[in-house]
Design a protein around this ligand. Structure first.
Ligand SMILES: [Zn+2]
Length: 165
């Protein structure tokens, strides 16, 4: 962000609240740069995990957990269920929030990891997924996007599906 979205003035860097921030000298706008929340959901199925193949950048063609950005004013749990349905065709019952984490490395998101179980529907790739498939511990795809997804998938299989993550 270079210009103020309110008055179009060029933003300046200044310290505010102990951090360097982009702010506007002619109005009160501050670019807080807060992280965006996203969901990622573990859906166990047939003793494996449902993964989706990414249709779009970043990491096109890589696999990952189904999930995505939370819409405006959407409850995170509803968002998780919506994203799973859009990408996999499965209606899910959410089990619980497993963990909230942040990847660091300048990636400004907070990932909410949910655990779910499929309730109805059939595996059909949709939305920003080009494929959907159940993978097992010994036969995971070589390219899995996002370090935290890889870690969570590994932890899931290390727990042998006991869900004691
Ligand atoms: Zn301004």
């Amino acid at each position: 962000m270079k210009n103020c979205p309110v008055c179009k003035q060029l933003l300046e860097t200044a310290e505010l609240g102990g951090r360097a921030r982009l702010l506007c000298a002619s109005c009160d706008f501050v670019h807080w740069d807060n992280p965006k929340p996203v969901t990622a959901t573990l859906v166990p199925m047939d003793d494996g995990l449902v993964l989706v193949r990414r249709k779009y950048e970043p990491f096109t063609g890589y696999w990952c957990l189904p999930g995505g950005f939370i819409e405006s004013a959407e409850h995170p749990a509803e968002s998780a269920a919506r994203e799973v349905f859009e990408e996999t065709g499965l209606n899910i019952e959410l089990n619980r929030l497993l963990e909230a984490s942040a990847p660091g490395h300048g990636i400004n998101v907070v990932i909410l990891f949910y655990l779910a179980k499929p309730a109805s529907g059939q595996l059909v790739a949709g939305d920003d997924a080009s494929e959907v498939q159940v993978f097992h511990a010994g036969s995971l795809p070589p390219k899995i996007a996002f370090e935290l997804h890889r870690q969570m998938i590994a932890r899931y299989f290390a727990s042998k599906g006991s869900l004691e993550l």
